[in-house]
Design a protein around this ligand. Structure first.
Ligand SMILES: Cc1cc2nc3c(=O)[nH]c(=O)nc-3n(C[C@H](O)[C@H](O)[C@H](O)COP(=O)(O)OP(=O)(O)OC[C@H]3O[C@@H](n4cnc5c(N)ncnc54)[C@H](O)[C@@H]3O)c2cc1C
Length: 418
């Protein structure tokens, strides 16, 4: 006999844990199932930014200058494996099409409607979870090496403020070097995104939200899900089969991040999903210098962020399949640039961490009811901002499940939009 609960959430990354908290707060009996402890996968290794400024998702590079730059597969920000481009050709082709200027212009305000809630919704969880000590509210610095790129992005920042309430300050070279004495000579200024927050231990924050979920009466099951069914005598009861037994509930939320395509295929859904992999490594800071802020080397495309574990370098996007072996050239290239950019010391780990951003072709997550089944809910595909958007997604799923008007128009995030 399997264990019965009102709702099962499958996947305990930032998205699944946040959903589980909101459903428990609404008085549901919730089981959260993951093969690992909470927050040990993609939500563990990211840059830990709660990105109020990320009102634009990341489009496929379409201008010829960028395409020629990326094509030799030597750039720091984007790499690809040709075989993966072929096996993922269909979703990537759609990604290319959605990245066309007219459709991208439609997508931006839709995406921004979710981002607008990110810091407030994290606060609604980290305060009761007692995790405020992991949060920094001092923004991050997008650093530029050339004046042209700096001025062009300042125009964009002013537009983000007018349209979406994103706050920034212009930081000139001398001020920047005073704020961040470990920076090298070749910088010309920065945009300080002031209403963005960051987290010193991303995996630790997910774990704190998971502990809060348990304190609300939720159950965590650590087991690999091997199958999902909803057939048999009790129709509309969802069953998650694991190596340690079966769990069933009237409603099931699929929050399996980059592993979602495998479940979608089995359940009969064809959504254009792919992954953008990324790596991290921790370093000492050299010569007693500390990294004071999260920094992006904007024209190269990687981040340095101060973490409990050291200075964390996170890489840009690698278009590859989720299970392909690690390819370390991109991290090595970023590290070479970073040593010129900031006073980096020795590596702290023998092997880099690898993760995969779960992406949809139109750069927006799917959040809401599955269009071909009752009692099945989707919450995946948050791409570059799943750590940012987990808590907002949790509130939205709770509102929709209870038949309330969601705080955001959910039309752009439906599963039948493709
Ligand atoms: C290098 C890098 C930097 C990033 N930086 C940022 C950033 O600064 N800010 C930001 O907002 N986002 C960032 N992101 C993106 C962000 O990390 C992801 O969007 C987010 O973590 C996705 O969360 P998730 O809960 O959907 O997925 P995950 O955290 O991957 O959780 C999915 C869970 O499902 C579980 N699961 C899957 N299949 C099964 C199964 N069969 N049985 C049991 N469990 C299963 C997995 O074990 C996993 O725990 C970054 C990503 C990368 C790679």
């Amino acid at each position: 006999m399997g264990q019965q609960t009102d709702t099962i959430v499958l996947g305990a990354g930032m998205v699944g844990v946040s959903i589980a908290c909101h459903l428990a707060l609404r008085g549901r009996r919730v089981s959260l199932i993951d093969r690992r402890a909470p927050g040990r996968e993609t939500s563990f290794g990211n840059a830990g930014l709660i990105q109020r400024e990320a009102v634009e998702p990341h489009p496929f590079p379409r201008d010829f200058g960028n395409i020629w730059r990326v094509l030799p597969n030597k750039s720091v920000d984007i790499r690809y494996r040709a075989g993966a481009m072929l096996s993922e050709a269909s979703p990537l082709w759609q990604y290319w099409r959605y990245s066309a200027p007219e459709s991208f212009a439609r997508i931006v305000p839709e995406y921004a409607s979710l981002i607008a809630h990110c810091t407030r919704e994290h606060e609604a969880l980290f305060q009761p979870a007692g995790a405020e000590h992991l949060i920094r509210r001092d923004g991050w610095l997008q650093v530029f090496r050339t004046a042209d790129a700096f001025e062009a992005f300042l125009d964009k920042a002013r537009d983000f403020d007018t349209r979406f309430g994103v706050k920034h300050a212009r930081v000139d070279r001398e001020q920047l070097r005073a704020m961040e004495p470990g920076l090298g000579e070749g910088v010309c200024g920065a945009i300080h995104w002031t209403n963005t927050w960051s987290v010193t231990d991303p995996g630790g924050l997910v774990q704190a939200y998971a502990d809060y979920f348990v304190s609300l009466g939720g159950t965590i099951v650590q087991a690999e899900a091997t199958d999902i069914t909803n057939d048999g005598a009790e129709r509309q009861r969802w069953r998650v089969h694991t190596e340690q037994g079966m769990h069933s509930a009237a409603e099931l939320v699929l929050a399996t991040g980059p592993w979602s395509p495998e479940w979608l295929g089995r359940l009969g859904y064809d959504l254009p999903m792919f992954v953008m992999r990324g790596y991290h490594m921790h370093y000492d800071a050299a010569n007693g210098v500390t990294l004071n802020y999260a920094l992006m080397d904007s024209e190269k495309g990687y981040l340095l962020t101060p973490k409990k574990a050291g200075v964390r370098l996170t890489t840009g996007a690698e278009l590859n399949t989720i299970d392909a072996p690690p390819r370390l050239g991109q991290l090595e290239a970023a590290e070479r640039e970073a040593r010129d950019f900031f006073a980096l010391g020795a590596r702290r780990e023998a092997t880099p961490w690898k993760g995969a951003r779960p992406c949809l072709a139109d750069m927006k997550p799917v959040i809401g009811p599955a269009h071909a089944h009752d009692g099945l809910w989707f919450a995946f595909g948050h791409g570059h901002q799943g750590f940012t958007l987990g808590p907002a997604t949790g509130r939205l799923i709770g509102q929709m499940m209870d038949g309330e008007a969601p705080m955001v128009d959910m039309q752009p995030f439906r599963s039948d939009r493709f």
